[in-house]
Design a protein around this ligand. Structure first.
Ligand code: ZN
Ligand code: MN
Length: 262
């Protein structure tokens, strides 16, 4: 006889936070992959909400979880410090960041807890570039603490599934590189595809940086990045490009699941 499920958990949710703890334990002990989206609260120009990085990572995580019978843990909405040449830096109000060390330790704690519950297959899915290396560190420390050899944890940023060749095919004009895509054509396109009501169309603008030094300067010179917080062109953004990016990322994640989590 099927045990009666408590109200609020109809057994179909992919979100960890919506499950009863018993349903959650049943899922991960059955081998379900846990996807942990990581983003940031960060300025994204005059046209995008500050949730963009966390929102995009979470939306991709949810679609992936539905396709692969995985589940999604609550996202990290605060991310690592914004850097000048990839997110405009900490000179902007609104950008609300953690020290890398704090982020790493929180991630380590959360991964430890997931492993304690019995999770053995996890994917940390990043939407904010600056989280990448602190994520590696958090995963490494969590695995070192756990001392287990039955656990596999993967880390990826969504853009890593979009090859240079693919971006050349779908990008309108010359691609400035992922770092300068902050609040620009690709992120705006993704938000147009995922949450069009959150994009302020009249405020989408093009920027170009006069000089992009091949090194970092601390403290950040006040005139280094455009005051708008946009790092390159955003007006070529379209819902179609957003859908093409999502499709490309989806195929990359399908491949990841086939190879790594059969
Ligand atoms: Zn972003
Ligand atoms: Mn970011």
């Amino acid at each position: 006889m099927e045990p009666e499920r408590p109200a609020g958990d109809d057994g179909t949710s992919i979100l960890m936070e919506e499950m009863t703890f018993e349903r959650y334990l049943e899922r991960i002990r059955g081998g379900a992959v846990v996807i942990l989206p990581c983003g940031a609260i960060e300025q994204h120009g005059p046209h995008l909400p500050m949730k963009a990085d966390a929102f995009i990572a979470t939306a991709i995580a949810e679609r992936t979880a539905r396709a692969h019978d995985a589940l999604v843990a609550p996202s990290f909405n605060y991310g690592c410090k914004s850097q000048a040449l990839s997110g405009g830096g900490q000179v902007f109000g609104g950008t609300t960041s953690l020290d890398s060390d704090t982020f790493t330790r929180v991630l380590r704690d959360v991964l430890r807890e997931l492993m304690r519950h019995g999770a053995t297959r996890m994917l940390v899915l990043n939407g904010h570039g600056e989280n990448q290396f602190p994520t590696y560190e958090g995963v490494d420390l969590a695995l070192r603490d756990a001392g287990r050899d039955d656990v596999k944890i993967l880390v990826a940023g969504w853009w890593q599934f979009v090859s240079e060749e693919r971006i050349r095919e779908i990008y309108p004009g010359e691609f400035p590189g992922w770092d300068l895509e902050h609040a620009a054509t690709t992120e705006t396109s993704l938000m147009l595809a995922l949450d069009p009501a959150s994009v302020r169309h009249a405020h989408v603008l093009d920027e170009r940086m006069d000089h992009v030094p091949p090194y970092a300067v601390f403290p950040q010179p006040p005139d280094l990045v455009p005051r708008s917080g946009v790092m390159s062109r955003a007006t070529p953004a379209s819902r179609e490009l957003g859908e093409a990016l999502l499709d490309t990322v989806r195929r990359g994640l399908d491949d990841l699941f086939r190879r790594e989590f059969p």
